[in-house]
Design a protein around this ligand. Structure first.
Ligand code: ADP
Ligand code: MG
Length: 500
């Protein structure tokens, strides 16, 4: 349906070696994102996930004769917000069409969708690949073709009864945004980065929860291959992928399958395929329908959807800060590295957590604590930040204790481990367990003297090579159980050794 315009030059880094030639993979994604709204697109029925089968079904959803669809304004607002978040053109007039096909989970016998005149036109998403070995990121712009609103279908259940199939219409009529990319994606890594970034934008906007496991976000992945410089090849569409990892695997497999066929002199059939994660391969589901098979026509029950620029502007003025803007702010204003800023904005939950820790504190210190200690630990135990046993307030408390000199950074890490296991108020734990840093120079001096007296050989060496002073600092810190103030120890060691 879309006119294909060459948007990117061939990048030799991303070519796939074939038997006789190198190949370029071309990818375009159609992402179905469930609109975050309490009611369906054209009915007041609930969208609650996990309800008993057929509990969220109105007469409209069940397609009873004479029922009329009524547009849910909140779904329209969510689509416009999403379009704005994708830097896309918002169409003040769009049209709902009927896409006709028969399936038991589609009582109307057609899906209400948008075909020629979608609510949102062309936009862009910037994905960031990396870091490479030098720690650099590469930003790539992927074009958005369109975003349109449509109804979801129900679910056939074939495993409930030995001889009958059941149908659950809870999903029928739930609002989806179909977000179609241009064929600008050139590798499985780019595809994964694209879905991750899109999901993150939707979550920042609050227009879709992005929960792929629950089916709130699914992707159809279009893949073709070509020798660099040739026109686009025939594509296959891998349907209904709901895992970012599997999207990457399916693309790798599918590209190699197509290359093998073409290298043998064969042709690619345009078809719809399914990915089987157990076998790690795609298999044919059906040959692809063309748009004319659906007999699209404007839904006579619905007027064209029209709104004013003022309406769009008011939604725009209420948009939250999005990941790209936040990343720029963290780099330029808080002085974070591009690497740390990218990690912190990558996920709305991480970003929210970080903002709470950073509130009223040094941004770099807060970033280091969230990334190195919290995310490191969560990664180790394979847990999400939403389930973190340590709260932003607790991490903030630890940071404060370090900054005011009550504890050293090392003790801060021990304190973090204690709170991770047992919970509790950081300041209270430090008080109760005697973890306070020793700044009393008399006590530190005694410890320094002791270490110097016990190691005459090392003292001689250190006088020749002042770098060895660090060894004494380490010994004193160890003897104090990490509680001595490191700056005070260092100053005293240097003084006593007579080195600079
Ligand atoms: P359809 O509904 O027929 O799949 P759409 O226009 O909704 O058509 O989506 C087509 C998708 O396929 C877009 O994401 C587009 O970028 C992608 N695409 C089109 N041509 C190719 C191609 N040759 N190789 C890979 N992807 C392609
Ligand atoms: Mg498609």
């Amino acid at each position: 349906m879309t006119e294909l315009v060459e948007a990117r030059e061939t990048d030799p880094k991303r070519l796939i070696p074939g038997a006789t030639d190198d190949w370029e993979v071309i990818i375009g994604l159609e992402v179905h994102a469930q609109v975050a709204s309490n009611a369906k697109l054209f009915s007041g029925a609930s969208t609650q996930f996990g309800s008993e089968p057929n509990n969220n079904v109105s007469l409209v959803d069940a397609a009873m004769p004479g029922m009329l669809p009524v547009i849910n304004e909140e779904c329209v607002a969510q689509a416009v917000r999403t379009g704005l978040g994708l830097n896309a053109e918002i169409n003040l007039r769009s049209v709902f069409d009927r896409k006709n096909y028969f399936y038991p989970d589609l009582p109307q016998g057609y899906q209400i969708s948008q075909f020629k005149d979608p609510i949102v036109g062309e936009g862009t998403i910037v994905i960031s690949l990396g870091p490479d070995k030098k720690g650099n990121f590469e930003d790539i712009e992927i074009g958005i073709e369109r975003l349109h609103l449509e109804q979801d279908a129900g679910k056939s259940m074939h495993d409930q009864h030995p001889t009958m199939s059941f149908v659950d219409l809870n999903r029928t009529g739930v609002a989806l945004m179909e977000i179609v990319s241009k064929p600008d994606i050139r590798s499985s890594d780019e595809a994964k980065a694209y879905v991750t970034k899109l999901r993150s934008i939707l979550r920042y906007l609050g227009t879709c929860d992005g929960n792929m496991a629950q089916g709130s976000m699914r992707a159809d992945v279009n893949v073709s291959v070509r020798r660099p410089g040739e026109p686009f090849g025939t594509r296959c569409e891998i349907k209904n992928m709901n895992s970012i990892r599997f999207i990457g695997q399916a693309i790798e497999y599918e590209a190699r399958r197509q290359i093998a066929i073409l290298e043998e002199g064969g042709e690619i059939d345009q078809e719809t395929r399914l990915y089987d994660p157990d076998k790690g391969e795609t298999r044919s589901m059906r040959s692809k329908e063309d748009a004319h098979d659906y007999r699209y026509f404007p839904d006579p029950d619905l007027l064209p959807l029209e709104f004013s620029q003022a309406y769009v502007d008011s939604l725009k003025s209420d948009l939250p800060e999005l990941p790209d803007a936040k990343k720029a702010r963290l780099i330029n204003e808080a002085g974070l590295s591009a690497y740390n800023a990218s990690i912190l904005v990558s996920d709305k939950a991480i970003s929210d957590f970080f903002e709470k820790v950073a509130e009223g504190r040094d941004g770099k210190t807060a970033a280091n604590w969230v990334i190195n200690n919290l995310l490191g630990k969560l990664n180790e135990v394979d847990q999400e930040i939403e389930d973190s046993p340590v709260s932003p307030e607790q991490i903030g408390g630890i940071v404060d204790l370090i900054q005011e000199g009550t504890i050293s950074g090392q003790i801060g890490k021990d304190l973090f481990d204690i709170i991770w296991e047992e919970g509790g108020d950081p300041a209270k734990i430090v008080e109760e367990r005697g973890m306070k840093q020793v700044t009393d120079t008399g006590a530190i001096e005694a410890a320094v003297d002791e270490v110097i007296a016990a190691n005459p050989d090392q003292v001689e060496k250190a006088k020749q090579n002042p770098k060895l002073a660090g060894w004494f600092v380490g010994q004193v810190m160890k003897a104090s159980g990490g509680k001595a103030n490191p700056q005070a120890v260092q100053a005293l060691v240097k003084e006593k050794l007579g080195v600079e």
